[in-house]
Design a binder for this molecule. Structure first.
Ligand SMILES: Cc1ncc(COP(=O)(O)O)c(C=O)c1O
Length: 343
């Protein structure tokens, strides 16, 4: 009995493991940096926080395999037919599955609905909560308040931030499904900045504005995004040798460029090898065309296009013509103009 208890104590004391899709980005705070796949951000802090396993969602078996590999049991005694036997009982060890409905920093990659269905099924089976990080994709940017609603994704926890503060306050929040909510949590885990009334008031007002006029803001994000996507798709067809893909939803769009590490231009080659291609492009777009775009942090060959819902037809035309000029310059391998060009 003592040996059984000691074995169980050891099994129970091992830390929980968390799961996240490969490529995930969940910020750089100490509690979340281990959920950010990019080793450049994660590795220096790997000893300090949660253990995370990254699941390649393009491999249908990967999630089941990972859950099986992490399976832990406790020993118990069962009596039957007058015999006492040692049996194993499952010990829940997966703390949560954390995901972004549209992976932002991985290059604006909407999750595959089939992968989402698998995640929901496996998580329901092992009673693993799903944390939906809507910090970048939420607040209407995708054409719906939650990007996860396009996928029919049922989360247990949702995170929001960025425009939640209406451009005035710094605000972030976590929504908890009532069946998972523990009243004690907010009493015990209070914080200096938590429940800040000023940002809460602004966040409430921001949500009112999004919901106003039957959700006009969402319709604008959808409509402006569709217009922009149509033109960007045209650009991809025209410059297929340079533009690899156009992805996203609503006004959360990404334009991925082909790898340039064998470009005849030394400037372009060097920037590509250093993972700085997207920075070279965004510098050119700002200096020469007055268009602000930025590469995604963990996939720097993709430019993110995440404008305001008040984007005008003229601004869409300006954006697309700037990207056309960029693609034409790249096609000519004109690194000099990309690095030093001015309007
Ligand atoms: C998906 C996602 N989650 C979380 C964050 C927050 O990151 P941090 O906590 O480092 O501000 C970001 C920031 O861009 C994000 O894109």
């Amino acid at each position: 009995m003592a040996r059984l208890r000691a074995a169980n104590d050891e099994r129970r004391s091992a830390p929980p493991v968390f799961l996240a899709p490969a490529g995930s980005f969940h910020g750089k705070l100490i509690g979340t940096v281990q959920f950010t796949h990019n080793p450049g951000y994660r590795t220096p802090f790997s000893a300090l926080a949660a253990q995370v396993r990254f699941v390649p969602l393009d491999e249908p078996e990967a999630l089941e395999r990972t859950v099986e590999e992490e399976r832990r049991t406790l020993l118990d005694l069962a009596v039957g037919d007058g015999v006492v036997r040692v049996v194993e009982r499952d010990l829940p060890v997966v703390g949560a599955f954390v995901l972004e409905p549209i992976q932002g920093e991985a290059g604006i990659r909407p999750l595959d609905p089939e992968a989402v269905r698998r995640i929901q099924a496996v998580c329901a089976r092992i009673d693993c909560p799903i944390i939906v990080d809507e910090v970048q994709s939420g607040m209407g940017r995708s054409g719906a308040f939650f990007a996860s609603s396009h996928l029919g994704l049922q989360g247990d926890y949702f995170t929001l931030a960025k425009s939640l503060g209406g451009g005035v306050a710094k605000a972030g929040l976590t929504l908890v499904r009532s069946s998972r909510y523990r009243r004690d949590f907010e009493l015990v885990h209070s914080s200096t900045f938590a429940k800040d009334s000023f940002s809460t008031l602004i966040a409430g007002r921001t949500v009112d504005l999004l919901e106003a006029d039957g959700g006009r803001a969402y319709r604008l994000a959808e409509e402006r995004g569709a217009r922009l996507t149509e033109l960007l798709d045209g650009l991809r067809q025209e410059f297929g040798d340079v533009v690899k893909d156009v992805r996203g939803r609503g006004l959360m769009l990404g334009v991925e460029f082909h790898d340039q590490s064998d470009s005849p231009s030394e400037i372009i080659r060097e920037q590509a090898a250093a993972g700085l291609l997207g920075y070279l492009f965004s510098g050119y777009l700002l200096r020469v065309h007055d268009v602000r775009a930025f590469p995604t942090a963990s996939a720097t060959g993709t430019l993110r296009i995440e404008p305001s819902i008040h984007l005008t037809d003229e601004e869409i035309a300006q954006t697309v013509s700037a990207l056309r000029a960029l693609a034409a310059t790249l096609r000519k391998h004109d690194g000099e103009t990309l690095l030093h060009g001015h309007a």
